[in-house]
Each structure stands twice: as C-alpha cells, then as structure tokens.
Design a protein around this ligand. Sequence first.
Ligand SMILES: [Zn+2]
Ligand SMILES: [Zn+2]
Length: 371
Amino acid sequence: MRTPIKAAVLGKAGEPLELAEVLLDEPADHEVLVRTERVGLCHSDLHYITGSLPIPTPAILGHEVAGLVERVGAAVTRVAPGDRVVATVTPACGLCRSCLRGRPTQCMRVDQVRARPRPKVVTRDGEEVQVLGGIGAFAEAFLAGEASLAVVPSNVPPHVACLLGCCVSTGVGAVVHGAHVTPDDTVAVIGCGGVGIAAIQGARLAGARRIVAVDAVAGKLEIARRFGATDAVLAGPDTVAVRTLLQDLMPDGFTHTVEAVGRRQTAELAFDVLAPTGTATILGLMPPGERLSIPADALVYGDRVLRGAYMGANRFLTDVEMFTDHYVAGRLDLDAMVTGEVPFEHVNEGFAAMSDPATIRIVVDVTRESA
Ligand SMILES: [Zn+2]
Ligand SMILES: [Zn+2]
C-alpha cells in the first residue's frame, strides 16, 4: 500500500516546483519512513531547478532535512519511531575499501546501499518520480535507508537540525576532515553562502589564526565576520584584482583555501593564493565536463595540493554528534544561519529569495501550508 503525500515536484528543469499529490511506498527492510519537518534550500537544489546540473524528471528535490521517524523496516536497528533524524545524500556501507579507510562519503557500494525493488515514489498514474540523493525531502514524508539517517537530540530544533545534513556537514566537514585545519593555519573561504559560512565556523572551531572571507557581495562579508571571519575581501568581477587583494593581505599565501562557489574561476583562484605546501579544497559543484587550469610549477615546486571534498568528506553518523555538542555549547551558531523560513506552498518564493544578499539559509516548514 502506497501512502498519498503532498510533494513539490520538478516537472522539467527551468520550471517552478509544483505541489502535487504523489504516492510513497512502504519502507523496505532497511528503510525508514520519515515525516518531514524542515528542509533547507541548498544551491544544488537550485542548480537542478535551473538546469545547470542535470537530473531526470519528474523529480522531488530537497536533501537538507530534519524530520520525525514514523515507521521503520524490519531490519532497522539504529532509529525508532519518534526519533528526530537528519539525512545525508552520502549513505555508506561501512564495509567497502573507502568506508574501511575512514572515507564514507566515497563509499564504493552506495548504489547497493540505496537499491530497492520498486520506485520510492510514483505519480497517481504510476510514473516513477526520482528522489534527489535517495531522499527527496520536498514532501510531507520521505523514505531513506537507515544508513542515511542520524538521530539528533531533542534540544536541537528541526529548523537548525536540517542544516546538519548538507551545508554544515560540507563546510565544517571540509575544514575538520578534509583540510585538517590547525591553530597555525591561515584560511581563505571563497563564497559566503550556507556552505561558506559553515566553513568559516569550522575554521573558527579548529582555531585557525586568520580566517579571510571572500565574496562578491559586501553584505555577505559583514555576515561572515559575525561567524568568525577575521578579515574580508570584496571580490569584483575581475579575478586578477581579487587575487592581488588576497596576496596583499597574505603575502606568503594561505595555508588553506576553501572554495564554496562552484565556478572554475573561483576554484582556480583558491589554488593561486596558496602558500607553498598549502591545500585548496574545492566544495562547489560544477557542471559536468568542467575543467580547471592551474600553474604546474606552483603545484610541483611548491608541493601545493588541489583537492575535492565532496560533501566536506564528512563522517556523517559521528559528525552529527560532534555538531550537536558544539551547537548546544554555543560554539557552532546554527540559529543565525537560518535567515528565513517559508511555508511549504511558498517553496518557489523561498528559492527566489536565495539571491537576497542577506540570505544564508532559507528553511521550508513542510508542516505549515500558508503564511
Ligand atoms: Zn546541499
Ligand atoms: Zn562503503
């Protein structure tokens, strides 16, 4: 028996999401049915809506989510009905070479972990509806494998808990697990949206001695200072000028840079301003086929590193415990990252509001229908 639920469906890239009734399957043995509470609006969702990243349609986007466990499959042991959970798009098997080497976001068996015999969601006509990242959270409820879910304590409210699933995992994870930032490090964070602000907070948690925020919008830089940036650089359209500003600020170069924009130019800038032995960590998703160009002599003579850290190279199930403890202790400010909340039926307006410079994260209240 499938359960009818309301979902915001992407019918075709370039079109707004449409609220429609779809049918959600029962949880398989290893799955959990989660009643959605709050969903953060992430730039990757926006990329799929505009078509700058491809996804088959119809599709339910939404992956930065907190909700309450409603029903569990027969084999589920880690979560129980009533638990508040957050989800990740990178479930891990725990058994493959990547998992065993402490790199669960690169699990080599993620397809098997997500596999199930039937589509999770279908339309009234029986057509399969894709669910982004094996989640599809712009819906009243969703199915996720047990490996995708972490329980959060009840003193972490859902509107901030949802951030743990994507922007906090990615930004803080990149600094802590990807870059291993220490108190002797100088860190430039390029792009001060949700992921960038989380990276700045991660650098502050890690004790970096300088944290330089870089953004094209002056208002974002003011916000970044409130989250721990020690310096700020306003990036104009000319990347050469930005590079000069960063080189003036840190003539020896940065020991770490974090790119949280998802553009070739900013990724190359992240490498160009590194000190010898420095590491540029690229977080932003770029269109398929994009290539980066870096100076080979700076790479080889300077022992510099250019690396990715998909989803912050996080270790979700233990990271959520780390994040919640730092949040409860007041060291990780999640409340101020939520700059707006919209009811479910205004999800498209929420995406439109992402271009407002004062926006860090907008959260959809899926339990609320109108303002
Ligand atoms: Zn995301
Ligand atoms: Zn694995």
